[in-house]
Design a protein around this ligand. Sequence first.
Ligand code: GLY
Length: 395
Amino acid sequence: MPNVINEPIRNTSLFSEAPTFSEADCKEAIRFVLSRIDGNLDTFAHKFPSPASSGNVYMPWDNVEWTPGFWTGMLWLAYEATGDMKYRRAAEGQLESYRARAEERKHTATHDLGFLYTLSCVSAYKLTGSEFAKETALLAADLLMERYFDKAGIIQAWGNLDNPSQRGRMIIDCCMNLPLLYWASEMTGNPKYETAARNHADRAARYLIREDASSYHTFYMDVETGEPKYGKTSQGYSDDSCWSRGQAWAIYGFPLSYIYTRDGSMIDIAQKTANYFLNRLPDDLVCYWDLTFTEGGEERDSSAAAIAVCGMLELAKHLPLVDERRRVYENASLHILKSLAESYTSKDVPHSNGVLLHAVYGKPLGNGIDECCIWGDYYYFEALMRVARNWKLYW
Ligand code: GLY
C-alpha cells in the first residue's frame, strides 16, 4: 500500500466533546423521516423517487438508475424503527421489480448493482429470511461479477465493457458496492465474489486515494496489462480536487471491506480519508459539494455529510475501545448529524416530499443542484438509526 499522509484533525477541541443531541432529539428526527415516508407511501408503491428532486419534490420513476434501492432501504429502516407491517409490505411489494430488472438485464450495465440490491434484497433477506430476496440479490452479484477485470483487479463502474471511454474505469463510489460480493461468497461458499471485492478494495485504496488522503472520483486502469493509468473526475470540481461525496464513499466504503476481510489497512485508509474530510468543513460542519470549497457561495452537499456520518460511526466501531480517535469520530458524527437535523431538513418546507434539503447530485453535469437526493435521505435515516439503537447493517 502506498504511503498516505495521516493529517491530524485540526478541530480537536470541538470534536473532543459530544454535542447535545439527546435521545429525544434523535427520536424526533426519526419521527419526521417517518412522516415523510408516510406521505410518500402511495406515490412510491410501484414507482420510485427520482434520484434528485425538482423544487424539493421527487417525481415517480421506474426501477432504473442507481437509486431505487435507497427508497426500498428507507422502507426497511422504517419497518425496523416501528415494527409496523405497512412498511414491510411496501418494501416486499417492490422486490418483484428488482427481480425483473436483474432477470431481464434492464439497466444492469453498472456497478451500482451493489447499492440497488443490498438495500432492497439483502436487507429483505437479513430481516425476513426471504429466499426470493436472497436469490434475487445473488443474481445481481453474478451480474456485478461480469464487470470484474481479473488482470487489473477492478470492477468497471459505468457503461458496456467494450465502451472505450469507460473501459477499465473504476470509481470511489464502488467501495459501497462490494458488500454485495462479500455477502454472495458467504451465502454460496464460492470465494470468487470475495476475491474480486478484495482486489477491487485494494486497487481503490492504492490508486483512488492520493498521497494526501484525498480521493479521485474515478481512475482508469489498463485492463489488458493491469497497470494504473490516470485519475479523472466526473462529478467533482476538477480532476485534482476532492469531490465531497466521493470522499464520503471512501470513509464509509473501506470500513465495510474491513468487516468482511479484517484487513487493517482498510481501517487505516478510512481513518486518513476521514481526517482529510473533517479538516475541510465549514462552520456548520456540512460540507460543500467539493472539498476545494470551505467557505463562500457554492452549494453544500448534505448527502455527503450524511454518508460521512454513517462511515465515521462505522469506522469508530472498529477502533480499540481505549483509542481516543474512537470518541473523536463518534463526536464529529454527532455534531454533523445535529447540524443536519437542525438546519437541513425540509420540516419548514411543507410542499417537499424529501427529507434532507441542500444536496448536490452532479454540479458539473447541471444535475440536482441544491435539491433533495434520495440517497441523502437514506443515509440520514441510517445515521439516526445507528444513533438510536445497535443497528445491524444491511451492507
Ligand atoms: N454514486 C453516484 C453518486 O454518488 O452520485
